[in-house]
Write a protein that binds this ligand. Structure first.
Ligand code: FAD
Length: 378
């Protein structure tokens, strides 16, 4: 696409903000619309560790592993020191399993995966005493697998930096709800309460709200929302170097700098787009986390957050151009791992716009499987 042409990006979560950053860095004329409500990115726990997942979808794994590997490049492109940034840091991940046999099995899988994904870093099964040295809050008699390449990312800080840089590059940011309008000549406009503006290309990075924006144009969209809540605690310790803890079947514990600890998250499939924080769920999460870190029961609760994840019916993400709709691009269905895969998806959207080869084959993440034209009523 010609760099003088204008591009609208709807949604400024991890996908929209990263795409805005890269396209504006390339000199494109970018306008970002973001309404903000329910955003998954700013509510995310922040775990980047796809290699120890036992999910069997190869294409998902390829994308998530490429996403994790891409983070240091993203930080570098943002002029952040990946080795010492409050936004992202490879602090390592501790993964627990129900039995020593399962832990050994996981270590084998991880060693095999490391052959193609060196980012996973050092792998070791740590004893309870070794775990306590790394993370003094943890009280356990179980061992855990430690992967030094595991990271935590602060979704809010990252999108803030991406958007600020995009704006410095000349992008326009509008805190508005956008409506997509298609015209008879196949072009698109974005309409807000204030104005309607035509664009040469539109990128819909609206996460779980893709049905809401596309269905009025006669598309059916296979996306459903999943509610996620989490709690932010504060402890009087320096937590900057503490690893992420992933207990088996219980809530994760994600330490951030300055004593901030996130516990979460819920996966609620029957709540639609509801954004109510529920005390019962938050208390249950804190109780689970206290099983591993008893002192968290007494930690100060700073805040709780809630966001909406986007899932397809087969749990796979998709991105690219909408069939029969030239210059209309989408990315959605990132589910529980979108903070991991979002930046690499954004880079591939940028590559598509620039007619460059993509990092991964986009046919592995086909939009046509999830978005179908059913009627034309606009
Ligand atoms: C509680 C929770 C914990 C999570 N933990 C992790 C984790 O540890 N690791 C991980 O990798 N992933 C995690 N995820 C998943 C990850 O956060 C998401 O997959 C990812 O952030 C999705 O990014 P997105 O840009 O597609 O959508 P979003 O971040 O949801 O952004 C979409 C944006 O579009 C805006 N929007 C929608 N419609 C319109 C419109 N019409 N006009 C204007 N703006 C609009 C929304 O308001 C929103 O700001 C978690 C998610 C949740 C909710």
């Amino acid at each position: 696409m010609n760099k003088k042409e204008s591009i609208a990006i709807v949604g400024a979560g991890i996908v929209g903000a990263t795409t805005a950053f890269y396209l504006s860095s390339e000199g494109y004329d970018v306008t970002i619309y973001d309404e903000g409500t329910g955003q998954a990115t700013s509510a995310a726990a922040g775990i980047i560790c796809p290699w120890l997942s036992q999910r069997r979808n190869k294409k998902w794994y390829q994308l998530a592993a490429a996403g994790a590997a891409f983070y240091p490049t993203l930080l570098h492109d943002l002029n952040e020191d990946a080795a010492d940034s409050d936004i992202y840091r490879q602090v390592g991940t501790l993964v627990f399993k129900k039995s020593p046999e399962l832990l050994t099995k996981l270590e084998k899988i991880a060693l095999k995966r490391r052959e193609l994904a060196p980012e996973i870093g050092e792998l070791a099964i740590l004893s309870p005493a070794e775990i306590k040295t790394k993370l003094p809050l943890i009280e356990t008699n179980q061992s855990a697998l430690f992967a030094s390449g595991g990271a935590r990312v602060d979704g809010s800080l990252l999108t803030r930096k991406l958007l600020d840089t995009a704006i410095l590059n000349g992008a326009e940011y509008l805190n508005e709800k956008a409506q997509l309008i298609s015209s008879n000549n196949g072009t698109y406009s974005i309409s807000t309460t204030k104005e309607t503006q035509p664009f040469s290309a539109v990128i819909l990075a609206v996460g779980a709200w893709l049905p809401e924006i596309l269905e009025p144009l006669g598309f059916s969209v296979d996306i459903r929302p999943q509610k996620g809540q989490l709690v932010y605690l504060e402890v009087a310790k320096e937590t900057k170097d503490w690893p992420v803890v992933m207990p088996d079947g219980e809530k994760d514990i994600i330490p951030f700098p300055n004593g901030r600890i996130v516990v979460g998250a819920t996966h609620e499939n029957d709540e639609g787009y509801d954004l109510t924080l529920t005390e019962e769920k938050l208390t249950a999460m804190l109780n689970e986390a206290s099983n591993f870190a008893p002192s968290l029961a007494k930690a100060k609760i700073k805040e709780a957050r809630v966001g909406t994840r986007a899932f397809t019916s087969d749990f796979a993400p998709f991105f690219g151009e909408v069939p029969q709709s030239p210059k209309l691009y989408v990315a959605s269905g990132l589910g529980s791992s979108g903070l991991t895969s979002g930046p690499i998806i954004a880079r591939m959207l940028t590559q598509l716009i620039m007619d460059k080869p993509t990092d991964l084959p986009i046919s592995d993440y086909p939009v046509a499987r999830y978005i179908k034209k059913i009627a034309r009523n606009s």
